[in-house]
Design a binder for this molecule. Structure first.
Ligand code: M6R
Length: 613
């Protein structure tokens, strides 16, 4: 999704903003732009394509060394209007006084545009954003309102979601940021201010930050700042926090792609997630304790999320039903928010989100809160909207995830849900102490991740054989059905190969019609109670000449004889098998995409965090 970085202070803003834009690239975008306000002059440079092209343009034109003032910059992921230079942000108003960057969508742009056109205001782009900057300009240029009042007046008239930063050459010592529905973070350091759509462009400069809340505005004037409201001119408390993100999270280190780095980090991140929470035969989830009585006595548990987080939710359902014997309903957040719901004040709604900013997931939480449910966030970003909007929660603690294709966040989410299932089971007396102890004995299994990573070259060789496939089926049962869905999603996202995940036996009810000699079928085969059944499913595909790839912990000869390719993973418990299989599938998708020479970290059309509906 779009990214924002802004700077106000004594330094040259260009290097700060360009570095910030590079750090925002992971979010996905198709054009970029920058505006600098210096000596009461606004200079705007925009490019379609990548930040590097924008940077090059600035250097060639000699602007790069030369802007001591304020600056705003943006990476745009097109919603209204093509991804070209004209539609790229920043946008300015007709008078050229006001310049703005915007994340989100202005829903009532059409009537406002018609109104402004009736006032002879000329538009240059196709964007909803230009409507907002023109509206601010309209109020300001009438001469009755100052800059801050004009921004407030305009924001009171727009519907939709926004995070904005605005500059005005008639009030050059002021920078204004505002948010509704689209996150913005303010970083503070002595006499300098930084704004980011997340902390990534700020973290290098300061750890002192304020997460702007919905309907809040930050007004920075000279070296002072205030937090105020979009609704009225009041002074609100400044909730300054110290963030503990590490700058290392934003560097690729020895890896070519963040996704690859993040796959490798799982050896540590899964351990981080459980540390202090799994101790001998007990689970400690301090973030839930205030609401634990209601959680353990809930009549119904709902899990809601999108994409990869939804797949983790399906695993969570399986684990909670298996261990705690409580029925769990899993629903896409985009459906949950509009469907008739059976949620009530005896329900628990678990919302899973890596970023904590996914628009549909936030809307689902809002709905659950309105119905009186206890809302539990499983989220990776402290201070994010999910963390703030839920009653309680469990952080996944896997560090900042940069690759658009989620990897370490998924295995961390699954780890959290595993702990939650065991804790519920303990409270419900559906598990005994010795089983708890056995299930919480992770050390050996986590070490087995190392052996998967050591097999990387073997996985790479298998993956490269299939890089020209057009379609893939991923098949698994029980806990490994969501793993199949997740493996197929990873392949689609980064290699653009069509892939579907199915429960292995369900394949006979339709998808088998697709199978021919060119179609690879990846089976996830743990040696468990469904083992023989999956072998029959494999035979069915084999007899129709489909190619068979098997990921298994079984050394049985029959599998070798059925497989075109077999990837062996170490023996472990049922739960850890699905984590190990997931890592194999992440590497498999990664190497196919690398083999196809694709940009793994920034797949086409995708955004890291989907903050619009
Ligand atoms: O930040 P979230 O977990 O809420 O994001 C949900 C999905 O947008 C996300 O998982 C998406 O499917 C990823 N690109 C998957 O790799």
């Amino acid at each position: 999704m779009c990214g924002i970085v802004a700077y106000k202070g004594p330094k040259n803003c260009y290097p700060i903003l360009i570095d910030g834009l590079h750090r925002l690239e992971y979010r996905g975008y198709d054009s970029a732009g920058i505006a600098c306000l210096s000596d009461e002059k606004i200079t705007i440079t925009k490019r379609s394509g990548k930040v590097i092209q924008l940077e090059h343009g600035l250097k060639v034109n000699g602007k790069y060394e030369n802007c001591n003032g304020s600056g705003i910059a943006h990476t745009r992921w097109a919603t209204h209007g093509k991804p070209n230079q004209i539609n790229a942000h920043p946008h300015k108003d007709d008078s050229g006084n006001i310049v703005l960057v915007h994340n989100g969508i202005i829903e009532n742009y059409d009537p406002i545009k018609k109104f402004l056109k009736s006032k002879k205001i000329k538009f240059k782009s196709e964007t909803d954003t230009e409507v907002l900057v023109q509206l601010i300009g309209y109020f300001f240029n009438k001469g009755k309102l100052n800059f801050e009042q004009s921004v407030r007046a305009a924001l009171q008239r727009v519907d939709g979601a926004y995070g904005i930063v605005v500059l005005n050459k008639k009030e050059p010592d002021v920078m204004i940021a505002a948010r509704k529905g689209s996150p913005l973070v303010l970083g503070i350091k002595d006499n300098e201010f930084f704004i980011g759509s997340d902390v990534s462009p700020i973290i290098k400069h300061t750890q002192q930050i304020i997460y702007l809340e919905d309907s809040q505005m930050a007004v920075m004037k000279s070296e002072e700042y205030k937090i105020t409201s979009i609704d009225k001119d009041v002074s609100l408390p400044k909730k300054v926090e110290k963030i503990d993100f590490k700058i290392d999270d934003y560097d690729k280190g020895k890896f070519k792609y963040f996704m690859h780095k993040e796959i490798h980090e799982q050896i540590h991140t899964i351990r981080n997630t459980i540390t202090g929470r799994a101790k001998k035969d007990r689970v400690y989830l301090n973030g839930l304790m205030e609401y634990w009585t209601q959680i353990k006595e809930a009549d119904k548990i709902f899990i809601t999320a999108c994409g990869t987080s939804w797949h983790a939710g399906l695993i969570g359902k399986n684990l909670i039903e298996r261990f705690a014997e409580v029925p769990v309903h899993v629903e896409y957040a985009s459906e949950f928010r509009y469907n008739k719901t059976l949620v009530d004040n005896k329900s628990v709604v678990i919302a899973i989100s890596q970023s904590g900013e996914t628009a549909d997931t936030l809307a689902a939480i809002k709905k659950a809160n309105e119905y009186g449910a206890i809302t539990v966030g499983v989220c990776n970003v402290a201070g994010s909207s999910v963390a703030r909007e839920t009653n309680c929660g469990i952080f996944t603690r896997c560090g900042h995830e940069v690759g658009v294709a989620s990897t370490k966040a998924f295995t961390a989410q699954v780890s959290v849900l595993y702990l939650l299932a065991l804790k519920l089971a303990d409270s419900n007396d559906t598990i005994n102490r010795s089983s708890m102890k056995a299930h919480l004995d992770f050390d050996d299994s986590i070490n087995k991740i190392k052996s998967i990573l050591k097999k990387e070259n073997e996985i790479r060789k298998v993956a490269l054989k299939y890089k020209n496939a057009k379609d893939f089926l991923y098949l698994g049962r029980g806990l490994n059905f969501p793993v199949a869905l997740e493996g197929a999603l990873k392949l689609k996202e980064i290699s653009y190969i069509h892939a579907e995940g199915y429960p292995a036996a369900e394949m006979k009810h339709g998808p088998i019609a697709l199978v021919d000699k060119d179609m690879p079928n990846l089976f996830i085969v743990p040696k468990d109670k469904t083992y023989d059944k999956i072998i029959s499913n494999i035979e069915e595909i084999k007899s129709r000449k489909g190619k068979i790839i098997i990921v298994t912990d079984s050394r049985d000869k029959i599998l070798k004889s059925l497989a075109n390719d077999l990837i062996l993973i170490p023996k472990t418990n049922h739960y850890m098998f699905c984590q190990l299989a997931t890592i194999v599938l992440q590497l498999f998708a990664y190497y196919i995409a690398v083999g196809k020479k694709l940009n793994v970290d920034q797949p086409r059309n995708l955004a890291k965090s989907v903050t619009v509906e």
